[in-house]
Design a protein. Structure first.
Length: 276
């Protein structure tokens, strides 16, 4: 039986993610422009990122005023309840800016520092992924564009040999870091089936959970990038971490099916994927 608190957090996260996803999908202006930049001139924030985060934080604060927040676009409060919401209102902003469909809304709830609920909405697919710690991973057809109806449980793919693994990654917006990431990817490609670059870490982790990928790795992610997707992937049977013995972090995030995770992690360690 789901803990009543977790059930409440899940319901609220799903409502917020669907509302923000609908805003982003239906409210995207034809003349969408960059509001500001972050780590580099090509690491952008749009007015819709800001609007979506405000919608999410306002909705959650109204229902749970004592909770804390950590949001990509600036939401940061401590809270007093022991619950903190970790929010990426628009993961895949450059995709969204260009009209590409791979972007998402990612909302995780932490209790005393541990992620207990994760929700990732992918509006252009019509899908919402969700997980509660210990309760499995699920995907719901939340919009009419979904490829299925209702809800289905997620299980990652059966383990493949590394040379048959389809692995996704992402690239940083700082040119020196991206150049190093390209070098690492060049070393990996001959050892894998192939590499994909989708543009949303949260979607990549959910695709791993749904059996659409065998592995995923990326350097430079923040907690809001992987918080919800990491829980969804783990609850679907995937393994996740950072460098050997570490949890996912800014140095490195790695995820994979049980047979792919460790050899992929070892290769990334050997190739120095965590630094220049």
């Amino acid at each position: 039986m789901t803990d009543p608190l977790y059930a409440e957090l899940l319901e609220l996260a799903q409502e917020a993610a669907r509302s923000a996803g609908t805003l982003l999908r239906d409210g995207r202006p034809a003349d969408l422009a960059v509001a500001r930049t972050k780590s580099s001139p090509i690491d952008v924030v749009t007015e819709m990122d800001i609007a979506a985060e405000k919608l999410i934080t306002d909705l959650i604060s109204e229902r749970r005023p004592d909770d804390g927040f950590l949001g990509e676009e600036g939401a940061s409060t401590e809270g007093t309840s022991g619950i903190r919401w970790v929010i990426d209102p628009l993961d895949g902003t450059v995709n969204y800016l260009y009209g590409l469909p791979t972007w998402s809304v990612s909302i995780a709830a932490e209790q005393d520092g541990e992620t207990v609920v994760g929700v990732v909405a992918v509006p252009m697919r019509g899908e919402i992924y969700h997980a509660v710690r210990g309760g499995g991973a699920w995907a719901t057809a939340a919009w009419a564009t979904a490829a299925w109806a209702g809800e289905r449980r997620l299980t990652c793919r059966p383990t493949a040999p590394l040379e048959q693994a389809l692995v996704s990654t992402g690239f940083n917006y700082v040119s020196e870091v991206r150049t190093h990431q390209a070098e690492v990817a060049g070393k990996l490609i001959p050892l894998l089936r192939d590499i994909r670059r989708g543009g949303s870490a949260a979607v990549d982790l959910c695709d791993l959970a749904a059996g659409r990928l065998d592995g995923y790795y990326e350097r430079g992610l923040n907690a809001w990038d992987y918080g919800a997707g990491d829980l969804v992937a783990r609850e679907a049977g995937a393994l996740t971490g950072g460098r050997p013995g570490e949890r996912p972090n800014r140095d490195l995030t790695v995820a994979g099916t049980p047979g792919v995770f460790e050899p992929l992690q070892r290769l990334l360690e050997d190739f120095g994927a965590w630094h220049d």
